[in-house]
Design a protein around this ligand. Structure first.
Ligand SMILES: Cc1cc2nc3c(=O)[nH]c(=O)nc-3n(C[C@H](O)[C@H](O)[C@H](O)COP(=O)(O)OP(=O)(O)OC[C@H]3O[C@@H](n4cnc5c(N)ncnc54)[C@H](O)[C@@H]3O)c2cc1C
Length: 441
């Protein structure tokens, strides 16, 4: 159950002010309070804890980052890529530990992920992903191709040609996790103010719609909403992801699918889809591809998109035939934060006391934990190995000014969509659009 908290009712001073009460803000508060128990930490949240993506995501708590091993290698070297992925995979153990210690009931189950292919191009991609991990020294215990009979015994879905399996993913109930974290940090002595919007911040102070908070350290953890803060219009672009959920599967419907281990499922199309089986046996199914809104606008009415929701339902019916027999009980959506280089980062400047974390694109559930632990150690300055990770102090350059940003992002989304259509129709890669992608990225 969500708790309602007081807004900021007066000016105040503290050691660390965190803007945003999602996973990033809460995990940061959690680890900072563990490392600096005497510090006065406050979280300032515009709406309520978990209002953002943290309270309404697809519940994939995945050890995979939104940046691939080869992308990290290209920029920072091979050993940095391996280090980053090792830490990211181990993050699930850490989340599991905290959930247990703090008794956060969030329907956590580590069943892994199945990555499927339904056409020849997708098959190449699934195989390539497995080969890439193996090539970096992550063996079959980290990811492997499934034999045909194992695919159908795990998850019996339509038209699957190839699939891989990795154990590095758990399912969670997003809102239960974020509410549980909120309660945990309060137990540790962190103060949370809700219904208080930060308008802007600078070294030493955070200006809200009502009062000012003075703080030695200010952490921005506002992800998809960042563009609304003064001087941050072009820091992270909000892209929307949308989801639906069904009525529960009956015992016989579930038996027809298998899915006994509640693996998360996605396929290798370009425009991402993602599914999980919730603890109460409903299918929660999501997808990206919604148009970007001019000037990085984020509005309540954008949380619903009938055309995209219909496309998502169509994809779900295609993949899980049995879902046609179920009712759609919930439709929702929300903004993700996308940096210009599509790579998350953790940033701290000791001279100004300003910090930020985010840009997880659509993979923040587990990554927020790793980013927050990293940030806590950076702030404490204890030379912890996490502070050497490749994403530290690597903030992306800003997005282009409008209308270039609008044309660029929406052009990219159109290319992904056309590539998927081409690949499904011809069973061949779309070389022309692949070249175009290089131009946009
Ligand atoms: C529909 C959907 C499905 C997703 N599915 C998955 C998934 O399955 N797996 C996965 O890994 N990732 C998924 N993601 C992404 C993931 O949820 C996010 O990366 C993650 O929750 C980011 O957490 P955060 O705390 O950084 O940001 P948020 O959760 O967005 O929190 C930011 C908070 O800051 C507050 N805020 C913003 N501006 C201000 C301001 N000016 N003043 C005060 N407060 C402010 C907001 O109200 C919000 O509560 C999904 C996202 C969406 C939208």
């Amino acid at each position: 159950m969500a708790i309602h908290r007081q807004p900021l009712l007066q000016d105040l001073s503290c050691d660390i002010a965190i803007i945003g009460g999602g996973y990033s803000g809460l995990w940061s508060a959690y680890y900072l309070k563990k490392l600096l128990p005497d510090s006065r930490i406050v979280i300032i949240e515009a709406k309520q804890v978990g209002f953002g993506a943290s309270g309404r995501n697809g519940g994939w708590c995945s050890g995979f980052l939104p940046i691939s091993l080869s992308e990290i290698e290209q920029k920072y070297g091979r050993s940095e890529a391996i280090k980053m992925y090792n830490e990211s995979f181990q993050t699930l153990d850490e989340i599991e530990r905290v959930i247990e210690d703090e008794r956060i009931d969030c329907d956590y189950h580590r069943g892994g992920t199945i990555h499927g292919a339904t056409n020849a191009v997708q098959q190449t991609r699934v195989r390539h992903d497995v080969e890439q991990l193996h090539d970096f020294g992550f063996g079959e215990e980290h990811i492997r191709l499934l034999a045909a009979d194992e695919i159908s015994s795990r998850l019996n879905i339509n038209g699957l040609l190839t699939a891989s399996y990795t154990p590095h993913c758990a399912v969670i109930h997003p809102a239960k996790l974020v509410q549980g974290l909120g309660r945990s940090v309060e137990r540790l002595g962190v103060q949370i103010f809700e219904d208080t919007t930060v308008l802007g911040y600078s070294p030493g102070q955070v200006k809200t719609n009502s009062h000012t908070c003075r703080a030695d350290i200010v952490i921005r953890a506002t992800e998809g909403f960042t563009a609304q803060i003064k001087k941050h219009r072009r820091t992270l672009a909000p892209l929307y992801s949308y989801m639906v959920a069904t009525t529960p599967l009956s015992a016989s419907q579930l038996a027809s699918l298998g899915w006994a281990n509640r693996e998360t499922y996605h396929d290798a199309r370009n425009m991402l889809i993602y599914a999980q089986l919730t603890q109460d046996k409903c299918i929660a199914f999501g997808g990206r591809g919604a148009p970007y809104h001019f000037a990085s606008r984020v509005k309540p009415q954008y949380d619903m998109h009938s055309v995209i929701h219909d496309k998502i339902i169509h994809s779900m019916h295609e993949i899980f035939k049995v879902s046609k027999e179920l009712e759609i009980t919930h439709r929702w959506g929300g903004p993700l934060g996308v940096p210009r280089n599509w790579q998350p980062s953790v940033n701290f400047e000791r001279t100004t006391g300003l910090a930020s974390l985010g840009g997880y694109v659509g993979d923040g559930v587990a990554a927020t934990n790793l980013a927050s632990r990293t940030l806590a150690h950076l702030i404490v300055g204890d030379n912890h190995p996490l502070t050497e990770l490749a994403w530290v102090n690597q903030e992306s350059k800003k997005w282009e000014v409008e209308p270039l940003r609008f044309i660029g992002i929406n052009g990219l989304l159109k290319i992904f969509e056309s590539m998927d259509r081409h690949e499904a129709r011809t069973n061949r890669p779309d070389k022309i659009r692949s070249k175009l992608l290089d131009f946009f990225l």
